[in-house]
Design a binder for this molecule. Structure first.
Ligand SMILES: [Zn+2]
Length: 61
């Protein structure tokens, strides 16, 4: 009898919410200084969040 090879594709399986925790916990690169930082947090290095300086860190433009 014809039978599908798998129920879900790999992409569909890995895109499931239950799989998210196995990945790195929300680390992104700062668009300003390109350092690794947590998502949706102010960058510790340059104090930027969403393209604007939120906290004053050392040098200012
Ligand atoms: Zn930064």
């Amino acid at each position: 009898m014809a039978h599908p090879k798998r129920k879900w594709s790999k992409a569909r399986t890995s895109s499931h919410r239950s799989m998210w925790k196995l990945q790195a916990p929300g680390f992104v690169e700062c668009p300003q200084c390109h350092k690794k930082m947590l998502r949706r947090t102010v960058c510790k290095n340059c104090g930027y969040l969403d393209g604007r300086a939120v906290i004053a860190v050392g040098e200012e433009e």
